[in-house]
Structure formats: structure tokens, C-alpha cells
Write a protein that binds this ligand. Structure first.
Ligand code: SAM
Length: 279
């Protein structure tokens, strides 16, 4: 089957894929081995093999598999991260937390960082990239997610500066052998009843363990609040991502542990997205 650029866009539109022109460019760029900005929509000349790859990509995308999970990588902050169905696709909203942490790292001595629920590694590895004196620990309940985080660390040349543990914050004993100047976490925070209403790209292709925050979406914050303060160094910072409308409750949960609220950062749509606390 021969496609024109507009054919690809029309097929993507038929399944209400957002940004169909950009996605068509990204697919073609992947196949042609060039940058998306170099794709010339009027002059697409694909070999039979390239056509087959495009057919396969389109078929997956029309089933709502996210493009990043078809291409295998997703841009986040300054880097491209390997992604798979074992990790949450890194979200632009999470860059707010990374930027807030880097601002702190410029003002305060931050050497040891803990990422609770590391997933692809997008938060911790972005921080290590910008804070060259820091070392990191990433924990996750998912062995498969940790494998992806390890691959990303290797790809970014950061393996020597981070270590990874398979661990649940719900387990009895939490001891990583040291305290941390900065703890970051983007825990699962979607209320269980809301998951069935999420976009297919999310509910079928992000792992449920990365999404489901229990009945009210706050289950994991409560547990993290019970353990994070004891893992923080004196004067250490804790940065949390939260969902739409959750900041008030999350702040309450963490301030009840004695942590001090420093700031709340908003995302690009003006919603509270990142809570900054201090020991
Ligand atoms: C929302 S994802 C965030 C992933 C990544 N930090 C990011 O921002 O893209 C939450 C992560 O927490 C992990 N997780 C869920 N429950 C956990 C638990 N009880 N203990 C440790 N990690 C957990 C999930 O496997 C997932 O990787």
C-alpha cells in the first residue's frame, strides 16, 4: 500500500489521534532515520520494507498504543528515555517537579537523592544530569520498570552515579542505609474508580501499578508520608507530584508529619502540580 503524508494524517484522524500531523512526521522520521523537522510531506518515497514498518506502526497507533511506546523512546526534559509498557510514559507535567528540584539544587547542597517510584528513571536521571555532584537511589515495586531505568542510566552515562532497589513503600522494613538531601516522588494518584474513564493510551498502555492510587487516589501519599520524613536528612527537601485537585489534601497529609510547606508549583494549565516540602 502506498501512502501520501495526507493519507497517514487522515488515518490517524479517523481514530481521533491528537496532533496527527506531528505524529505522522515522527513516524516517517523514525523510518527515514532523520529528524521530524526534515520530513518533506510532499516527497515521501518509501521502500517496500519501509512501507511494511509504517503499516505496522499505523496499525498499533490506530489501536491507541502511544506513539512513544511504538517508537520505544520519549523526550522528557533534556533527554530521550527508553520506554515500554512496563513504565509510565514520562509526562510534560512532571518536568515541573524536575525544574523545581534543579532550582533547589542550585541554592542548597544536594548530594543524595531518592526517587520513590522511579519508573523509566525520567525524574532521577534528569536531576543527575543537571546536578553533577549528586548521586541517586531509585526504588520501584516493579522489577521490569527498574530494568528500563537501568537501561536509561546506562544510555545517559549515569550508571556510576545511581543505584536501584526493588522495594515497596508498603513493605514492613524500609531502610536504604542512608538519609537523603532530596526525595522526589510521582506516586500513583488516580482514584481507582476513575481509571476506566482514562484515555485508552493511558489505561491500556501505562501499567496499572503506576496509575492506581486507591479509593481516593491518596493511598500512596499516606504511606510515603509515613516513611519519607525519617529518610530525609536534616533540612532535606521532599518534592511530590500531585493530580488535579489533590494539592490541598496532599499538603495536609504531609504537614501532619511535621514537614514544612515551602511552595506549590503549577503546571502550564495553571493547576497545582508539584508540592515542595522541607524537613
Ligand atoms: C506514576 S509512576 C511514576 C514513574 C516515574 N517516576 C515518572 O514520573 O514518570 C509511579 C511509579 O511508582 C511505582 N510504584 C507503585 N507502587 C509502588 C510501591 N508500593 N512501592 C514502590 N514503587 C511503587 C510504579 O511501579 C511506578 O513506576
Amino acid at each position: 500500500m502506498i501512502y501520501s503524508f495526507d493519507d497517514i494524517v487522515t488515518r490517524l484522524c479517523s481514530e481521533n489521534i491528537s496532533s496527527p500531523r506531528l505524529e505522522a512526521r515522527m513516524m516517517l522520521a523514525y523510518i527515514l532515520g532523520c529528524d521530524a523537522s526534515q520530513v518533506q510531506p510532499s516527497q515521501i518515497n518509501l521502500s517496500a520494507e519501509q512501507q511494511t514498518i509504517l503499516d505496522d506502526m499505523l496499525e498499533q497507533r490506530l489501536e491507541h498504543k502511544p506513539l512513544c511506546k511504538i517508537l520505544g523512546t520519549k523526550s522528557f526534559y533534556k533527554y530521550d528515555f527508553i520506554v515500554s509498557e512496563d513504565v509510565l510514559s514520562p509526562r510534560p507535567d512532571t518536568e515541573i517537579l524536575v525544574e523545581a528540584a534543579i532550582d533547589l539544587g542550585k541554592q542548597f547542597p544536594i548530594h543524595k537523592i531518592l526517587d520513590m517510584g522511579i519508573g523509566s528513571g525520567c525524574i532521577l536521571l534528569s536531576l543527575l544530569g543537571d546536578l553533577p555532584a549528586a548521586v541517586g537511589t531509585g526504588i520501584d515495586i516493579s522489577a521490569n520498570a527498574l530494568e528500563i531505568a537501568r537501561k536509561n542510566a546506562k544510555r545517559l552515562g549515569l550508571s556510576e552515579r545511581c543505584r536501584f532497589f526493588q522495594s515497596s513503600w508498603f513493605s514492613e522494613r524500609i531502610d536504604y542505609g542512608e538519609n537523603f538531601d532530596l526525595i522526589v516522588s510521582n506516586p500513583p494518584y488516580i482514584p481507582t474508580k476513575d481509571i476506566s474513564g482514562l484515555d485508552p493510551e493511558v489505561k491500556f498502555y501505562d501499567p496499572l501499578t503506576a496509575l492506581d492510587g486507591g479509593e481516593d487516589g491518596l493511598r500512596d501519599y499516606c504511606r510515603i508520608a509515613a516513611i519519607a520524613p525519617t529518610l530525609l536528612s536534616d533540612d532535606g527537601f521532599l518534592l511530590l507530584e500531585c493530580g488535579d485537585g489533590q494539592s490541598g489534601e496532599v499538603i495536609k497529609i504531609f504537614m501532619s508529619t511535621g514537614l514544612e510547606l515551602v511552595d506549590v508549583r503549577k503546571d502550564l494549565s495553571g493547576k497545582d502540580r508539584c508540592i515542595i516540602l522541607k524537613k
